[in-house]
Design a protein around this ligand. Structure first.
Ligand code: AGP
Length: 610
């Protein structure tokens, strides 16, 4: 995730900016940069670590105002030209967020004569600001120009801006990206999170959405969208540094589970065209003709990404009418796949570095297949070895157990299936619109689950001492059962198996006793009645049943021991919601058992060896 920092005060800015950027390193980044302002702007930026940035800085920079940035690439590769700050003569700017309408703005600015040096969405903000300040009927001050500029931006942003015509002034604004101001004895700080300046001050003011402000030596002003000066409350941060990195959550995994409303929103931002009933997939280098004539798709992945792919198979077949196989990368690479050229493979890997997935993709490409990569890491190896790359914009995931990257992968798979279904004429505009509306509802629905997580915690604690667990589901909920079992195994060390509910009677029923909790995903849909039959089968063996069901389902509680609820939802999109419930169930079980949640034994975040 990108991180921004800023300083205006009595101390030299550069060392403070570097120290603050180091404190944001835990968020993950691929490049970094700073701009300091004395009489003119001086900018230094590079790919790599903050230590690499320090190497290119002059020994002593005399400047008391500055901004800095750590970049986690979203638009444009990790290259120095794409690192922030971005400039437009006399203006320097850092940004965290995604500008959804940057292409339209970019076209307009190019027509006005602006030359773009980067591939980022951010650079449009710098040029737009320059245009407002210097090219309009009258010259605007920086604060007014920022206010006018943000009114044209769609998407999310936290920005900090300097202008060489206004020495000692830093202007900031936010919408849907975090921004906090630190009030120190020697000056003011701005940052994406408090960890950046906790070393200097614990006194903070939280900037809210649509607010704009200016820091000048000895003063800070924050305005509401109408331009009214606000009297903002100052808070004192009690967290220590480690707690602050986790935004106060006990573990990164819990923080990442809570980030899902935002990570999903970021993943579909700018892509869902509700009115047209289509999905914008500019990254997909497949012509409509190629999509129309697609005979088969092969999804290749490992672990959690495989589980996402298993749901993808159902989506591609149902929504796009494309026959789809799902392959385990470590098996595929040594099997004898029957592939002919012109076929499509889709590799799903959050890290983009999983050795088995890379090897399987290389093998499929040797048959002439075109590959689409779905990954969370810009510039990762898979991106260099694929014909098309679609990014999940989930931000870095630090917990070993994948959570927000899994749900972001699902969102990409929905969008890809809708896009292909529309191009192939399998899905009507009306059906696509209805799905799009339901995808847009997911962030709010997840928030409701998060707000009521205590009931999941109670359930987890009740069964934390069990040795075995089963997870069952049908159709779209079957991959979610597999993922629920994987999450529980990984972090709580409880033996758990995910099963297609209809398969229980073909063997596993023999294992069920009253000491075996069975998690049954029984959300509304065309397999609901069949799930009820499977639940009755399980209850007849005296096993405990924990159901994941919709809020408005009053039938289910007659048959099961515990019900974990998700908001009313569409059959196609409810699996995303159920997976969040199961992430929390695994998390609270592991917490109750005192396990090492963020770094489970024997596991690595990125498996780069065979
Ligand atoms: C998920 O919780 C696991 N840590 C693991 O199964 C993971 O999904 C797998 O190693 C694949 O990783 P990738 O998505 O980075 O390729």
């Amino acid at each position: 995730m990108c991180g921004i920092v800023g300083y205006v005060g009595k101390e030299l800015a550069a060392p403070i900016l570097i120290e603050s950027l180091k404190r944001l390193e835990y968020r993950g980044y691929d490049s970094a940069g700073i701009t300091v302002l004395n009489e003119s702007l001086e900018t230094y930026k590079t790919v790599g670590k903050i230590a690499d940035l320090e190497l290119i800085l002059p020994e002593r920079i005399i400047a008391y105002t500055g901004i800095g940035h750590t970049r986690w690439a979203t638009h444009g590769k990790p290259e120095t030209k794409n690192a922030h700050p971005h400039m437009s003569s006399g203006i320097s700017l850092v940004h965290n967020g995604i500008i959804e309408n940057y292409l339209q703005l970019k076209e307009r600015l190019i027509e006005c004569g602006y030359v773009f040096e980067s591939d980022t969405d951010t650079e449009v903000i710098a040029h737009l600001l320059n245009n407002k300040m210097y090219k309009g009927a009258k010259k605007l001050d920086l604060l007014t120009a920022v206010r006018e500029t943000i009114s044209e931006l769609e998407g999310s942003y936290a920005i900090a801006v300097l202008c060489s015509d206004e020495p000692g002034c830093l202007v900031f604004a936010r919408k849907d990206s975090p921004l906090v101001i630190g009030i120190g004895d020697d000056g003011y700080y701005a940052a994406s999170d408090v960890t950046a300046f906790l070393k200097y001050t614990r006194k903070v003011i939280y900037v809210d959405d649509h607010e704009v402000g200016a820091i000048r030596p000895g003063s800070i002003e924050i305005f509401d969208p109408r331009g009214n000066l606000l009297a903002k409350e100052m808070h004192t941060v009690e967290w220590d540094l480690e707690a602050a990195e986790k935004a106060g959550y006990e573990h990164f995994m819990l923080k990442e589970i809570h980030e899902q409303p935002a990570s999903i929103q970021n993943t579909f931002a700018g892509k869902l065209l509700e009115l047209e009933g289509t999905v914008k997939m500019d990254e997909l280098y497949l012509s409509p003709e190629q999509i129309k004539h697609l005979r088969r798709a092969t999804i290749i992945a490992c672990g959690t990404s495989w589980n996402a792919g298993a749901l993808g198979k159902y989506l591609f077949e149902k929504l796009a009418g494309v026959h789809t196989d799902i392959e385990t990368a470590s098996e595929f690479r040594y099997a004898s796949p029957v592939l002919c050229g012109e076929e499509l493979t889709i590799a799903i890997t959050q890290s983009g570095e999983t050795a088995d997935t890379l090897a399987a993709v290389r093998s499929s490409r040797s048959y002439g297949c075109r590959n689409i990569a779905i990954t969370n890491v810009v510039g990762s190896t898979i991106t260099r070895e694929s014909d098309s790359v679609i990014y999940t914009r989930a931000g870095p995931e630090i917990g070993v157990a994948a959570t927000k990257t899994f749900t972001a992968q699902l969102i990409i798979l929905y969008m890809l299936a809708i896009h292909m279904g529309r191009v192939r004429g399998v899905l009507s505009a009306g059906e696509a619109k209805s799905l799009i509306v339901n995808i847009k509802r997911i962030p709010g629905q997840i928030q409701k689950i998060l707000n009521r997580k205590e009931s999941i915690r109670e359930c987890a604690e009740q069964f934390a001492d069990k040795r075995d667990y089963f997870f069952i589901g049908r159709y779209l909920n079957f991959p979610i059962a597999l993922e629920g079992a994987l999450k529980l195994k990984e972090i709580s060390y409880i033996h758990a198996e995910g099963y297609a509910a209809g398969e229980l009677k073909h063997g596993p029923l023999a294992l069920l006793t009253e000491d075996t909790p069975v998690v049954a995903i029984a959300t509304r849909g065309h397999t609901y009645d069949k799930m009820l039959s499977n639940i009755k089968e399980v209850k007849a063996r005296n096993a405990t049943v924990i159901a994941v069901a919709n809020e408005d389902d009053t039938e289910i509680e007659k048959y099961v021991d515990v019900v974990l609820r998700i908001p009313p939802s569409h059959e196609m999109t409810s699996p995303v919601l159920s997976s969040v419930v199961l992430q929390l169930l695994a998390y609270y079980t592991a917490l109750a058992k005192g396990c090492s949640i963020d770094k489970p034994r024997n596991l690595a975040k990125s498996v780069t060896v065979e």
